[in-house]
Write a protein that binds this ligand. Structure first.
Ligand code: SAH
Length: 381
């Protein structure tokens, strides 16, 4: 692996936080930017030009937006700015996965991961600093929730990665599988996705986005009414209420039965399926009986199963099953006619794999607050 430290030359998120009397255009979706332009006495179509600069070329300095009039450029510079998460450090894995440590305007750090060729190019992004869900096997959960990300921070991660990787003009997928529970931060997550889907910008369509959720049932139901409904991955992890209560505490509020019922009611695009993620914990949920029950639970749905052999970590009281056990579990599901994949962990040498998102230390010094998590594997379903 290799680590590259980046020295910021100013003008990034941390600096912009000192200028908060101006409007952060990085938080505005196209219609909001049109409204803002009207209040500045300018024509709303300039919003599309600004979106092109910011999302397609990574230009956030209004003075450099040369297709806007000088007068409008100075008015924008005086009243607005565009905040983008600062790049602190990248770490590259031997398998090509790159982990980005990003700093937000308030000094909090998050991680985003670039996973090449799986077979598509994929950006794995965070929706919260930390997570409130406390799943028993997840390191991010151990950290608790520090705060939600804003829509601009969610979209800003993608802008930062596209810029650093020279990918503004290339197609890529987005998986909301970084730090946090996206449906616990519903409005900002959906707004961030609308910003990323804007055709004058990065134009990432909903079918290229996968939202992974622990199973907040009312929010899943609400998703069904979204004009831009992403692909859905459900973190199932267990096949009985008792077992899921222990592994995924949220099950005590939204039961496995109600979650599966909600999945049955979700309208799916043609040929699309719900992915059920299932972390394999040795001797806990990886027996032949578990495979049978899992087959029965999701067998009636347009579903595929993605098995995630546990990525072990400090303080995680479970072990990863042997490859033979994982294989036997996968075969048992396939024998029942299910489509199964086993997530091959990417980036484990740089702790960029699922559940390896580690709080690197709770350094409270102003410049270096807490860090990270991250999590990712291959095959986003
Ligand atoms: N909050 C969302 C996104 C989490 S990350 C969710 O719960 O779906 C994506 C996947 O990684 C989830 O299925 C999560 O349960 C899983 N995961 C968490 N810790 C893991 C670990 N240590 N090993 C393997 N997978 C893990």
């Amino acid at each position: 692996m290799s680590v590259t430290n980046v020295t910021q030359s100013g003008g990034g998120a941390a600096e912009e936080s000192r200028t908060e009397s101006r409007t952060n255009v990085g938080e505005l979706e196209l219609s909001e930017l049109e409204t803002l332009l009207r209040t500045l006495g300018a024509a709303p179509f300039h919003a599309r030009q600004i979106y092109r600069w910011v999302y397609r070329r990574g230009v956030t300095n209004f003075e450099a937006m040369t297709d806007l009039s000088r007068a409008l450029r100075s008015r924008l510079s005086a009243t607005c700015y565009v905040s983008t998460p600062d790049l602190v450090r990248t770490e590259q894995s031997v398998d090509g996965t790159t982990k980005f440590l990003l700093r937000l305007a308030d000094g909090r750090d998050i991680e985003s991961v670039y996973i090449p060729d799986t077979p598509a190019q994929t950006f794995c992004v965070s929706t919260q600093v930390g997570c409130a869900m406390r799943c028993a096997f997840c390191l991010t959960g151990k950290m608790g929730l520090t705060r939600h990300l804003t829509a601009g921070e969610i979209a800003g991660q993608v802008r930062r990665l596209a810029g650093e990787l020279g990918m503004f003009a290339r197609a890529f997928n987005i998986v909301l599988m970084g730090m946090g529970e996206p449906l616990h931060n519903y409005d900002q997550t959906m707004k961030g996705l609308r910003m990323l889907a804007t055709t004058q910008g990065l134009a990432v369509p909903a079918r290229r986005v996968t939202l992974s959720t622990v199973g907040i049932v009312p929010a899943i139901e609400r998703l069904a009414s979204e004009p831009l409904m992403p692909n859905l991955a459900i973190s199932l992890h267990a096949t009985t209420e008792e077992q899921r209560d222990a592994l995924v505490p949220l099950n005590q509020r939204y039961s496995l039965a109600s979650l599966v019922e909600a999945c049955k009611r979700i309208p799916l695009r043609r040929r699309s399926r719900i992915t059920f993620e299932y972390v394999l914990l040795e001797g806990v949920n990886d027996t032949p009986a578990d495979a049978r029950r899992l087959g029965t639970l999701v067998g009636g749905l347009k579903a595929k199963v993605n098995l995630l052999p546990l990525n072990e970590g400090p303080g995680i009281p479970f072990s990863r099953p042997s490859d033979e056990r994982v294989d036997a579990f996968a075969r048992a599901l396939a024998a029942r006619g299910l489509t199964v994949s086993v997530r091959k962990s990417r980036g484990r040498d740089i702790r960029a794999a699922c559940g390896q998102l580690i709080v690197e230390g709770q350094r409270q010094s102003p410049g270096q607050r807490l860090a990270i998590l991250m999590d990712r594997g291959q095959d986003q379903g």
